[in-house]
Design a protein around this ligand. Structure first.
Ligand code: ADP
Length: 352
């Protein structure tokens, strides 16, 4: 942390395609501790370095929609996060917005924006959490099973944001983005909104709980009438996400030829559609994660990004996918601060 006079406030940002994540530190004794209901806080771990023990405070996490970047700027201004002794200070920003909004930051805050590399921040943030925060990582089960690796391990990290990045991590300092897919959180959000008319992400996730994706997905049982045990596929395995829509539509059309263009979509429940979409995106990401872990011989797979955000349904789907593809040999690992890995990495970036 930089040397600052009390009260210490320090912050960094990860401005993504969908969300802007802000991590800020406020010293314990600060009178101006702006904790509110929108922020989640995390006590800075007692660390072996004197600097952090002396500072003693809390990290706060807050997100804004990137399309409303002004809200984020106003939050910074209202809380005077950008000022040190009354003067604008340098601001560390990662994500695409570090480029896109550099001028806006300068204009609005008078701050110099320091661009931090996105992948670097992501891994720095992840490693920091794994090495310092008790119970940061866990596997999903209905009764969560916390695992706390205290030492650094080789791993594959998947960042599920608007899109997905796959990063192979070989050591504390050596990592590489090895894969990615455009079918990510933005895909789920966008398609779900298009198909159900619901725009709120949390409402979508709620809907998935009451859905039966088999009403829209074609499963092995629909095709075989039974399971296909010879190649290890149960009758419930999804053979084609959304495959039943056209199947049912064409059945309807042939029995009702008077209106070939009738709006068949109406007959599908939005809960079923939402659940099918969640499974489609999660299974696909799980498969890519597993294949990359095999490609590089790494057995630990961590998932971060705001798409997960502690949602049991999402974690259950991803865990199922990893279990399925690895035949139970590998477990998906999740992180408590999943949405803030990059922002935390930018926060921790070394001073120039
Ligand atoms: P990016 O850095 O690309 O913006 P994030 O890691 O912030 O990516 O994740 C964005 C994704 O998080 C969205 O596409 C959506 O799937 C998911 N998400 C979870 N909660 C929310 C929310 N409250 N608002 C918007 N998106 C959310």
């Amino acid at each position: 942390l930089p040397n600052q006079s009390s009260p210490i406030k320090h912050f960094a940002l990860d401005i993504g395609g969908t969300l802007s994540k802000l991590v800020y530190f406020v010293q314990n004794n600060s009178h101006n501790n702006n904790n509110n209901n929108n922020t989640s806080t995390s006590t800075i771990p007692s660390s072996s370095t004197t600097t952090q023990n002396e500072l003693g405070g809390k990290l706060h996490f807050i997100k804004f929609q990137t399309k409303n970047i002004e809200d984020c700027l106003n939050f910074i201004i209202d809380n005077k996060l950008h000022l040190e002794d009354g003067k604008p200070k340098d601001v560390r920003v990662t994500g695409g917005g570090a480029y896109k909004y550099a001028d806006l930051f300068n204009e609005k805050l008078g701050c110099r924006l320091i661009k931090e590399d996105e992948m670097h921040c992501l891994i720095v943030g992840t490693n920091f959490l794994l090495n310092n925060i008790q119970r940061e990582s866990y596997t999903y089960s209905p009764t969560p099973n916390a695992i706390t690796p205290r030492e650094f391990v080789d791993k594959v990290v998947l960042q599920i944001g608007s899109g997905v990045s796959v990063i192979k991590v070989d050591s504390e300092t050596s990592f590489q983005r090895v894969d990615g897919t455009s079918l990510g959180g933005g895909t789920f959000w966008g398609l779900c909104s298009l198909l159900t008319g619901v725009t709120d992400f949390d409402e979508m996730l709620e809907m998935t709980k009451n859905g039966h994706s088999n009403n829209v997905d074609l499963v092995v049982g629909d095709i075989y009438g039974t399971d296909y045990s010879k190649i290890g596929l149960s009758s419930e395995t999804i053979a084609s996400s959304f495959g039943k829509i056209i199947y049912q539509s064409s059945t309807e059309q042939s029995s009702d030829s008077s209106d070939g263009n009738n709006n068949n979509k109406q007959q599908f429940r939005k809960e079923d559609i939402a659940q099918s979409l969640l499974k489609m995106v999660s299974n696909n990401i799980g498969q890519i994660a597993y294949l990359n872990s095999q490609r590089y011989g790494l057995n630990k797979i961590y998932f971060g990004g705001f798409f997960i955000r502690d949602h049991p349904n999402t974690m259950q789907r991803i865990s199922f996918a990893i279990d399925f593809w690895s035949k139970g040999k590998t477990k998906a690992m999740f992180l408590v601060h999943d949405g803030y890995l990059g922002a935390l990495g930018a926060f921790l970036a070394p001073n120039e």
